[in-house]
Design a protein around this ligand. Structure first.
Ligand code: NAD
Length: 496
């Protein structure tokens, strides 16, 4: 059923099928600009078939009725399937997304770990299926049970293709939901591989369906479909609004993981080498195409200039290249469109008066590929888009601050609130600042490490709801109250 190298069919109801209208779209390797595949482009009819399959698997199938332990068996089989193909999947991710191979290997390992983690949470659901509720009125007894909420439509971006799929599919399946997954058109390959792994794990038909294609067609058809109970979306703010509006129309459940412009506050008592390392990790990992990237760095005055110098020096040393090459730490951006957008943003920052300390251009010696130098901007005006808007590229803005109050004010002065970081030798100060930062994730003395067990999501316009940890499971559960009248006395309202 598979073509030579990559999968060229949709996975619907446990069957591989070509889109009904036979549509395809180009898959481009961002390091070479070569078209490496024609991926299947799902039409509205294909999405409808996928949702019907998921609906049927939920309404008629065994999946939501299974014990958590039974579902955990499949989740672990998927985790093992991912692990068994780790190096193959990582290489696919590199040629599809552009990221350096060690980063892709890390992501794929994390994706497998995510399925294992939610297997354990599925088992825990069996342990506490019922929560007794103490009622003030002794004539009744009541209990709360948690049930899978139905069919989940999962829509994901291109920056962590398989990992973002795992963050949604694993908790949804653990909860007993069925899923239609729509990956980003720029990076569809590993989502189809996930379907193949689920198929090998003999997941019942219709429990996981994967439809690749454009957001405008396949994505829109999924969010508009009346057969979907829950929309789980990760992506940009504007599309998040569209998803939420569609959810509002039908009162679908909705969770949104959107963008950010996350601050990193570095106090003058910090170790300069550690600060430079974490600032770089916070903005150059995955070419800065990270929703939580700490792209606004605030440095206390006394450390500002030495830190800026060291950061520029180290940024210039980063090895840029094809992610498959040994030692490369910065691959290409995901697409020509993304590169054009980030370069335009840097030009606009220049015009706004920002100083390009290092980078800012396509690197010399690359005829092909969507490469961009690691870029450090200083003197960025507070109203420049470089300071206020997400670039989603390897571009960091550095600004000095005088004291704690000013640092917190500048950090929180954003419509986003996904993540924030603070570094200082003074633990109490770190805790104090962490408590005041308006963000869903706060890192102390580091930036970006992400753990499957801990909640992930944003304040303000960075999203609604939390993924990962037990919060991620709650996304896919409904709570039902079951109340019993236990008194022998008649109720006596109408029948006196
Ligand atoms: P995007 O919003 O353009 O696309 C995201 C997904 O939505 C894709 O699968 C796309 O095909 C689909 N889509 C587009 N239009 C649609 C429509 N009308 N209806 C339904 N689906 C539609 O975002 P992107 O460019 O893929 O990803 C980058 C963005 O994602 C950034 O803003 C980034 O901050 C955000 N992001 C957030 C997180 C997080 O956890 N908060 C993680 C990764 C990325």
């Amino acid at each position: 059923m598979r073509n030579k190298l990559f999968i060229n069919k949709l996975y619907i109801n446990g069957v591989w099928k070509y889109p009904v209208h036979g549509g395809t779209f180009d898959v481009i390797n961002p390091a070479t600009e070569e078209v490496i595949h024609q991926a299947p482009a799902a039409s509205e009819e294909d999405v409808d078939e996928a949702v019907r399959a998921a609906r049927n698997a939920f309404d008629q199938g065994p999946w939501p009725q299974m014990s958590g332990r039974e579902r955990a068996y499949y989740l672990r089989a998927i985790a093992n399937g991912i692990r068994a193909k780790l190096s193959e999947l990582a290489r696919i991710e590199v040629i599809d997304n552009g990221k350096p191979l060690p980063e892709a290997e890390w992501d794929i390992g994390d994706a497998a770990g995510c399925f294992d983690y939610y297997a354990s949470l599925a088992e825990e659901l069996d342990e506490n299926p019922v929560e007794p509720i103490a009622l003030a009125d002794g004539r009744f007894t009541s209990k709360a049970v948690r049930e899978p909420l139905g069919v989940a439509g999962a829509i994901i971006p291109w920056n962590y293709p398989l990992l973002m799929a795992a963050w949604k599919v694993a908790p949804a399946l653990a909860a007993g939901c069925t899923v239609v997954l729509k990956p980003a058109a720029l990076t569809s390959l590993t989502a189809l591989e996930l379907a193949a792994i689920a198929d090998e794990a003999r997941l019942p038909p219709g429990v996981l369906n994967v439809v690749t294609g454009s957001g405008a067609k396949a994505g829109q058809a999924l969010i508009d479909h009346p057969g979907v109970d829950k929309l789980a979306f990760t992506g940009s703010g504007p599309v998040g609004s569209t998803v939420m509006a569609a959810a509002a129309r039908d009162i679908k459940r909705v969770s949104l993981e959107l963008g950010g412009k996350s601050p990193f506050i570095v106090f003058a008592d910090s170790d300069i080498e550690k600060a430079v390392e974490w600032i770089m990790f916070g903005i150059f990992w995955n070419q800065g195409q990270v929703c939580s990237a700490t792209s606004r760095v605030l440095v206390q005055e006394a450390l500002y200039q030495p830190l800026l110098d060291r950061l520029a020096e180290e940024s210039r040393k980063i090895k840029i290249g094809n992610g498959l090459e040994e030692g490369v730490l910065l691959g290409p951006l995901v697409s020509q469109g993304q590169l054009t957008q980030v370069l335009a943003g840097i030009d606009e920052a220049r015009r706004d008066g920002a100083k390009v300390v290092t980078g800012g251009n396509k690197p010399a010696g690359f005829d092909k590929g969507y490469f961009l130098e690691p870029t450090v901007l200083a003197d960025v005006p507070l109203d420049s888009r470089a300071w206020t808007e997400e670039f989603f590229g390897p571009v960091v803005c550095i600004k000095p601050f005088t004291d704690e109050v000013e640092a917190i004010r500048l950090a929180n002065d954003s419509r986003f609130g996904l993540a924030a970081a603070v570094m200082s030798a003074d633990d109490e100060r770190c805790e104090r600042v962490a408590a005041k930062l308006r963000a869903g994730i706060v890192w102390i003395n580091c930036s970006q490490p992400t753990f499957t067990e801990a909640p992930w999501g944003g304040y303000k316009q960075s999203g609604i709801g939390r993924e990962l940890g037990r919060w991620g499971l709650d996304n896919y559960l409904e709570t039902k109250q079951i109340t019993r009248y236990t008194s022998d006395e008649p109720w006596g309202w109408y029948l006196k």
